[in-house]
Design a protein around this ligand. Structure first.
Ligand SMILES: Cc1cc2nc3c(=O)[nH]c(=O)nc-3n(C[C@H](O)[C@H](O)[C@H](O)COP(=O)(O)OP(=O)(O)OC[C@H]3O[C@@H](n4cnc5c(N)ncnc54)[C@H](O)[C@@H]3O)c2cc1C
Length: 407
């Protein structure tokens, strides 16, 4: 918008820190990828941009509604992502120790509000922990999760991984991760670069088995503690997660038959879906906002003038940062075409009215300066430990770092 138009832009995010999944999803051991945040910062600082973070869109008492946004702006672009997990729909899925990649990633990336780590089984003298985790799925997110779980903790200690995760991973010492893929390896959703990155983790071996050929490793006992291993098991489907009181094993079906895979943790990584926002039509089946090529539509399929959706909230959870840049460019061109052909309704409100509304509704709005203050504090904490940053994991601490004093 800044490049192609003379518009002023207000950026809203429900978290105190912007960056979406680049901060909250991209793995801590991929600092290069997070470099894109520096480019975003140039945009946040642009004089035509107003940052309003810690501000959520919804219908709650301290939220801004889509109708209010439509009233105060000529156009509204929803880039709200997809942060809910799909479910497996098998028995035992809700046992402690069975979790989603969404929650696990948010936990190790320090997302506020996800304080609880996965309850990895510690085991007893009679029934020792296995040191093994099972990840259902073979997309890039599944590979990220496998890499973080199996990496030697001393390597993770040099990254911006949340302290809360580092502690538990150190203590628990998962040394084997089994990834279950429904089809064959050629059909796996990961990209070649992410797959190659697995064999670059110091001290970790990667092994591939195809259940359809009857190649199934022995996984019924604790993993060999002298090795760190990532095991792919293709043509395999989880049928049941078992354990009492928490996860002890997964029953897995392969072409050959059923297998008992002992595990302390099960992570499903089978896709993300968007969270519906009251006031915007939602496609519940696909888990995205209803749209016609990025233009929001209402329940009857009519285009909502000035309403756009992009990124994962439009396309579903596929494609990385590059794909979203392309999506953004296309959306802006659509907006320009709509403006040129008179399909937008100009707002009658001025910008200060919106800022006043937000400040009335949300007690602790954070602007660009506050955001930068949080960033500086996190980096400073990192320098002390030789890490890029040590993230805050509580909204209250971020709000404090942004300059708000406790009441
Ligand atoms: C685990 C994981 C690892 C990944 N690793 C890589 C990688 O290495 N390289 C790569 O290119 N891509 C990677 N991706 C993909 C990349 O992160 C996504 O493509 C991208 O972040 C999607 O952008 P988005 O703008 O659609 O959504 P998001 O990045 O999810 O941003 C959505 C934003 O909207 C905000 N929001 C949501 N709801 C509301 C609301 N109601 N009100 C106000 N604000 C709201 C959120 O706080 C968030 O900041 C990874 C994704 C995951 C999940």
């Amino acid at each position: 918008l800044l490049d192609r138009t003379e518009a002023t832009v207000t950026v809203i995010d429900k978290l105190p820190t912007p960056g979406g999944l680049v901060r909250a999803g991209v793995a801590p051991d991929h600092p290069g990828t997070k470099g894109v945040l520096r480019g975003f910062d140039l945009l946040y600082r642009d004089p035509r941009v107003t940052m309003l973070t810690n501000v959520s869109v919804g219908d709650g008492p301290d939220e801004i509604t889509p109708a209010e946004l439509a009233e105060h702006f000529d156009a509204v672009f929803y880039a709200v992502g997809a942060s809910e997990s799909r479910r497996l729909g098998i028995p035992g899925e809700d046992l402690p120790g069975s979790t989603s990649a969404t929650d696990l990633v948010a936990w190790y990336n320090g997302v506020p509000g996800v304080d609880e780590g996965p309850p990895l089984r510690r085991g007893t003298a009679d029934d020792p922990a296995t040191g093994r985790a099972v990840v259902v799925g073979t997309g890039n997110v599944a590979l990220d999760v496998a890499r973080i779980l199996v990496s030697p903790p001393e390597l993770l200690a040099t990254t911006d991984i949340a302290d809360r995760a580092l502690e538990i991973l150190r203590e628990q010492n998962v040394h084997e991760v089994v990834l279950l893929g429904r089809r064959d390896q050629a059909a796996a959703a990961y990209t070649a670069a992410e797959y190659r990155a697995l064999s670059e983790i110091p001290g970790v071996e990667v092994e591939v088995f195809d259940g359809a050929d009857g190649q199934v490793p022995s996984l019924g006992e604790p993993a060999d503690p002298s090795r760190r291993r990532i095991v792919f098991l293709f043509h395999s489907t989880p049928e049941e997660i078992v354990g009492n009181p928490q996860v002890q094993a997964v029953t897995v079906r392969t072409g050959e038959g059923r297998h008992h895979v002992a595990a302390d943790l099960v992570v499903r990584s089978i896709g993300y879906r968007s969270t519906a926002i009251p006031g915007l039509a939602f496609d519940d089946e696909r888990g995205i906002f209803r749209n016609a090529d990025g233009r929001l539509v209402d329940e009857s399929g009519e285009v909502v003038p000035g309403g756009y959706v992009l990124g994962w909230a439009k396309r579903g959870p596929s494609g990385g940062i590059g794909a979203n840049k392309k999506c953004a460019t296309e959306t802006v061109e659509d907006f320009i075409a709509d403006a040129a052909s008179g399909r937008l309704q100009r707002t009658q409100r001025n910008k200060s009215e919106f800022t006043a509304l937000v400040r009335k509704r949300v007690r602790t709005v954070i602007g660009y300066r506050g955001m930068r203050a949080i960033d500086r504090r996190e980096r400073r904490r990192g320098v002390e430990q030789g890490r890029p940053r040590v993230k805050f994991t509580q909204v209250a601490d971020m709000v404090g770092a942004a300059g708000w004093r406790k009441a």
